[in-house]
Design a protein around this ligand. Structure first.
Ligand SMILES: Nc1ncnc2c1ncn2[C@@H]1O[C@H](COP(=O)(O)OP(=O)(O)OP(=O)(O)O)[C@@H](O)[C@H]1O
Length: 570
């Protein structure tokens, strides 16, 4: 927040300047009123005409400065919200994979929309209003002191009362605003979940449950907001009552002074006008300060998400992969006490091809995530060409690896952009990537070819087509390490075989395939099979050696074949 304000300090200064001029000039109305009424009461036509001319000039200047203030304050709000959104967006993308996945994406959406709006309504605008009213208050105080020190004293006493009572609301409002932000986040997450589940909801007739769930969350969000608004309402009406009480005191005392002959009628009008300019600002400040206080937790949340300027990556090395990736005595748990990987020792050579197999849940995906720098809170060591990966630039490390999962993310644009991701590649490189990945096979049949749009998250493509695009996306950049986490599972056997066997011939590519497909011919082409059991590496070796050994892998293969045969018979 502070950084966004600092970025706009010039505009803020100009806005404040116009605010001061407009507010101070507004207070002068009281003096004009006093003079014009006194001139009328005295029947002084010359003075009256002078005041009329001065008033016209005053009015023109006031509206000009008022307009300038309005434009500047709106530009300031635009710049601040723009900068906050940009910094939150950058901050979210600067998070490492573990931090990023620790929150639901709807939480980020809620911060970018609901929370920024909350800041605009309850922080930026109230802050500007407060500053403006502080100036009106100061100018009114000076003129009031000049007109009547006694009435000024009474006003100050009333004001102290007005300040102390509603400040009691501050803490309660803070808690309520926090609750509104949290509830809006739950609401957005829940609605996103329901909308994403459209297909399941429709096909499993979950409409009623979905509506009930939406209603529940919607009501909770509306009620939480209403609870905060109730407190605001109490705060506002109490402030208004105190303000009216103050104005009554001023007028009654001034009327008494007129009756006793100590005051002119013009001064009374000026006083009434000024007491408005004195009480009004305090009222505005009192209503807005709790808002500003109350929104502090939201400011904190935005500050936590927003990125600071990129720190120089001092001490971090550029990753280089020419030789090997070594894993030594690696232990890892997502939650304490629930070990997922235990004592993993492995040596992967550049350019070699590895198949990682094992029962579901034995830790294969977790292991490859650790290799690509996804998590860094593990025991043991992972080294790339002899350098511990914790000493390497994590962003560059992630960029060395491409992982293709069962569910591939597609941007809502055409096939070409989904492969190139807005980078330029030569035709030759493009052609090679299209052929090796098997994309050419289905693109040739499409009327718009590579320019065919894929729809939201690739909804207009099959799962296998999406996976082939993801393979092309990785190949076109010559990523040194490619991980297929069941990355060809959605492709028909024949095409998957063709793609995998082509990938196996790429000399420079280090390939790690997690697969449940026990195709002997294909597995035989891998340099090594890494067989995992219960978070440990049970066996490593070539397919034929492991089969001949008759250990865990051989049993896993036979079992798997049995499953396939059973499935075929059924
Ligand atoms: N983000 C996570 N948080 C907590 N536990 C997790 C997380 N991801 C995986 N696990 C747990 O870690 C264990 C290993 O999961 P992992 O996905 O690595 O297995 P896998 O061998 O790849 O399984 P599959 O073949 O079914 O994909 C499982 O018990 C799983 O429940």
């Amino acid at each position: 927040m502070k950084q966004s304000i600092r970025q706009n300090k010039m505009l803020l200064a100009v806005t404040l300047l116009f605010s001061i001029i407009t507010s101070a000039a507004g207070v002068l109305i009281a003096i004009i009123l006093q003079k014009v009424i006194d001139a009328a009461m005295q029947g002084d036509m010359l003075l009256f005409k002078k005041i009329v001319i001065l008033s016209v000039a005053y009015l023109l200047l006031l509206s000009l400065f008022g307009f300038m203030y309005a434009i500047c304050s709106k530009a300031l709000i635009r710049n601040l919200t723009l900068s906050l959104r940009e910094r939150v967006f950058r901050g979210v993308f600067r998070r490492n994979a573990e931090e990023f996945t620790s929150s639901n994406t709807a939480d980020y959406l809620s911060a970018l929309t609901n929370d920024i709006k909350l800041l605009e309504d309850n922080y930026i605008q109230p802050l500007l209003l407060t500053l403006q009213n502080v100036v009106v208050f100061a100018a009114s105080l000076i003129i009031l002191l000049y007109l009547s020190p006694l009435i000024t004293l009474i006003l100050v006493v009333c004001m102290i009362l007005m300040f102390t009572v509603p400040s009691l609301f501050g803490k309660a409002l803070q808690d309520k605003q926090s609750a509104v932000s949290a509830q809006m986040s739950i609401f957005t997450t829940s609605v996103k979940d329901l909308l994403s589940g459209y297909e399941v909801i429709k096909s499993y007739a979950m409409g009623k449950h979905t509506e009930q769930k939406f209603q529940q969350e919607n009501t909770a969000a509306a009620n939480t907001r209403f609870a905060a608004d109730r407190l605001f309402a109490a705060n506002e009406s109490l402030s208004e009552t105190l303000a009216i009480l103050t104005q009554f005191s001023v007028v009654f005392i001034a009327a008494y002074l007129i009756i006793s002959g100590d005051f002119s009628a013009g001064s009374l009008v000026a006083l009434v006008q000024l007491s408005g300019g004195f009480v009004g600002p305090v009222l505005v400040v009192m209503q807005n300060l709790p808002k500003i206080q109350g929104v502090k937790p939201v400011v904190q949340r935005i500050n936590d998400l927003a990125s600071e300027e990129a720190q120089p990556k001092s001490g971090l090395l550029e990753p280089v992969f020419n030789e090997n990736l070594e894993i030594s005595r690696l232990h890892f748990a997502y939650q304490q006490g629930n070990q997922v990987l235990s004592d993993i020792n492995l040596s992967l050579q550049k350019g070699k091809k590895y198949a990682l197999v094992g029962r579901s849940g034995c830790g294969k995906s977790t292991l490859v995530k650790l290799l690509s720098g996804y998590y860094d809170r593990y025991e043991g060591s992972i080294t790339l060409d002899g350098i511990n990966i914790k000493q390497l630039d994590p962003e560059r490390l992630q960029q060395m690896t491409a992982t293709i999962h069962q569910n591939v993310y597609m941007f809502d644009t055409d096939i070409k952009q989904n492969i190139c991701l807005h980078e330029e590649f030569s035709e030759e490189v493009m052609e090679t990537a299209l052929h090796t990945s098997g994309v050419h096979k289905f693109v040739e049949k499409m009327p718009s070819g590579l320019l065919t749009t894929v729809g939201e998250n690739g909804s207009q493509l099959s799962g296998g087509q999406r996976q082939r695009i993801a393979v092309a996306r990785a190949l076109i950049r010559s990523k040194p390490i490619l991980i297929l986490d069941e990355g060809t599972s959605a492709i028909d056997m024949q095409t998957a075989y063709e793609i995998e066997s082509r990938l196996l011939t790429l000399k420079e590519l280090t390939l790690m395939t997690i697969t449940h497909n026990m195709n002997e011919e294909l597995l035989g082409l891998y340099d090594e099979i890494i067989y995992m059991e219960n978070g440990r590496i049970a066996e490593v070796g070539s397919f034929h050696v492991l089969r001949a050994r008759g250990g865990g892998f051989a049993a896993f293969c036979s079992l798997h074949k049995g499953d396939v045969a059973e499935a075929l018979q059924a």
